[in-house]
Design a protein around this ligand. Structure first.
Ligand SMILES: Cc1cc2nc3c(=O)[nH]c(=O)nc-3n(C[C@H](O)[C@H](O)[C@H](O)COP(=O)(O)OP(=O)(O)OC[C@H]3O[C@@H](n4cnc5c(N)ncnc54)[C@H](O)[C@@H]3O)c2cc1C
Length: 494
């Protein structure tokens, strides 16, 4: 698109949504300045380097490679111009008890065979299940997720009307109808956790996540997920985006229903247009109260996706019995979920996830060493003192040793933790949320916080708290949608 007059545009934050929006807006001809409060870019996908180890601090699963490819293609470049992708095999491993695990292969055919061996008859059921999930995936990508959530008309088509039933039944009921083995049920329910809710509360339509998992596969960008951040920063720079780190927005100045400047800790920057990819509730707090759209009551009654207690661990040996992505589902899922969504307490026997990227990438740990990233999903807003972090570290290291049958305590070179209060401090995350707002039926599309401010003509929002939802691919898509919304708005009003 050619615009009549470039606009001075400020993008807040440097997460995937902000980087994506900045690239599209710069391509459209706007003069874009991106400001990030932290010294490094990438938002929740920052990197930690210590003693020769490299850890992705946030996302580790590279799913939906088509979304990344389509983003780079929009700028006439290819994903492979920036980083190399490897398909992981196994995609991931799930532990259900001591030395009891299944490893999910890298093709659907192999996975069907695995299912068939565990539960006779389930191989063909899986094939059919994924074939339906694939249809939903294409429907979602082609008709639903690239919409700004302004009105229902965007998503009502003959095809979506036919799928209405899938919005009233749940993933749980669908999976339990077709599969009886608890391991297989868990395997099919696991991808739903990426949406920030539980399978019993997520519409069956979202089984497109199963196609993203078992149909499209699990990939790894060499160097880790941070390679994607570096790629997007490089692209933004090449498009003329001015990137300012260690620059925190402290106040948005208003005149005549417009944001006229952004005050930062480094000085004031004038603006014709502001797009915020910083957490939504925080951005609104930068405005005088009369210009905010959502009250504290609104935010406190939303269903947030979990927060997390993370550990970044350097081991002085190679581990056995684990895969690049390993899930420890050897305790009760329902009890853990209750602690996140109902009681909002620390789970007694947590499920946890671990990533050992050094199994696939020798650049992220010294030779014969292992880099471990551990994640326990927890309720947002709970207190996370050092004593708790120490206690849970011991708990999960003991579990890791017991379940995989190896001794590790004397092989830990160091560990660092990251949790609720860090998310609050580092990203201004509401209640220290990790993944933003859950994608439940009542928090989908028009029911999510709006991309366009109803009160200020030139203020827009992007990122995991608005449409389409949490996750790296949705955040990249969110940046594209907001830029398209602005293009339309520009044609009409500027
Ligand atoms: C631990 C963890 C694991 C995850 N795992 C996966 C995974 O495996 N796969 C996947 O697809 N997704 C995963 N996700 C989700 C995914 O990482 C997020 O949905 C996505 O990165 C969010 O991007 P964003 O642009 O919305 O926000 P953010 O990444 O949060 O970016 C917002 C930015 O705004 C900045 N900011 C805030 N306030 C200001 C201010 N006043 N001034 C300037 N800057 C400001 C913040 O510092 C931050 O950099 C994970 C998330 C977490 C936290």
């Amino acid at each position: 698109m050619t615009i009549k007059e470039p606009r001075d545009t400020i993008v807040l934050g440097s997460g995937f949504s902000s980087l994506s929006a900045a690239c599209y807006l710069a391509k459209d001809g706007h003069k874009v300045t991106l400001i990030e409060k932290n010294p490094s870019y990438g938002g929740r996908a920052r990197q930690l380097k210590k003693q020769g180890f490299t850890f992705d601090m946030g996302p580790t699963f590279y799913w939906m490679p088509d979304v990344f490819d389509s983003f780079f293609k929009d700028f006439g470049v290819h994903t492979s111009d920036f980083y190399q992708l490897k398909k992981l095999n196994p995609a991931y491993q799930i532990y259900f008890g001591e030395k009891k695990s299944i490893s999910i292969p890298d093709t659907l055919e192999e996975t069907c065979r695995l299912f068939e061996n565990i539960e006779p008859g389930s191989g063909i059921k899986l094939e059919n299940f994924i074939s339906r999930a694939k249809q939903n995936y294409h429907l979602a990508i082609d008709n639903l997720v690239y919409n700004p959530g302004e009105n229902l008309g965007e998503i009502i088509t003959w095809e979506t009307i036919q799928k209405l039933g899938l919005f009233v039944s749940t993933i749980r009921s669908q999976v339990h109808r077709d599969f009886t083995n608890p391991w297989l049920r868990t395997t099919l329910e696991f991808p739903i956790l990426f949406l920030g809710s539980t399978p019993a509360h997520t519409p069956a339509f979202y089984n497109f996540m199963n196609y993203a998992d078992l149909g499209l596969g699990t990939w790894y960008p060499e160097g880790g997920m941070y390679s994607v951040v570096e790629a997007m920063v490089k692209l933004a720079d090449s498009l003329g985006v001015k990137l300012l780190n260690s620059t925190e927005a402290t106040h948005l100045e208003i005149h005549d229903k417009k944001v006229i400047s952004v005050k930062t800790n480094q000085g004031k920057i004038s603006s014709d247009l502001v797009v915020s990819g910083a957490d939504y509730a925080h951005t609104e707090k930068l405005l005088p109260p009369a210009h905010r759209q959502y009250s504290e009551k609104y935010w406190s009654t939303r269903k947030f996706a979990p927060s997390a207690l993370m550990y970044y661990v350097g081991f002085d040996k190679k581990l056995t019995g684990v895969s690049h992505h390993t899930l420890f589902f050897d305790t009760n899922f329902e009890t853990h979920a209750e602690s996140i969504y109902q009681t909002k307490e620390w789970p007694e026997e947590p499920l946890f996830y671990a990533s050992f990227p050094s199994l696939s990438d020798s650049s992220v740990a010294p030779e014969n060493h292992e880099a471990g990233i551990f994640l326990i999903p927890i309720a947002p807003g709970i207190s996370d003192p050092e004593s708790i972090r120490n206690q849970y570290f011991e708990k999960i290291m003991n579990r890791l040793e017991k379940v995989t049958g190896q001794s590790l305590s004397s092989h830990i070179l160091f560990w660092e933790s990251y949790s609720v209060s860090d998310f609050e401090k580092d990203y201004h995350a509401y209640q220290g949320n990790a993944y933003g707002l859950a994608n439940t039926l009542l928090q989908t599309h028009i029911l999510r916080p709006k991309m366009r401010s109803r009160k200020l003509k030139n203020l827009f929002f992007t990122g995991q708290l608005t449409v389409p939802g949490p996750g790296v691919p949705p955040s990249i898509i969110s940046g594209k949608i907001v830029s398209q919304l602005i293009s339309k708005e520009y044609e009409r009003t500027f």
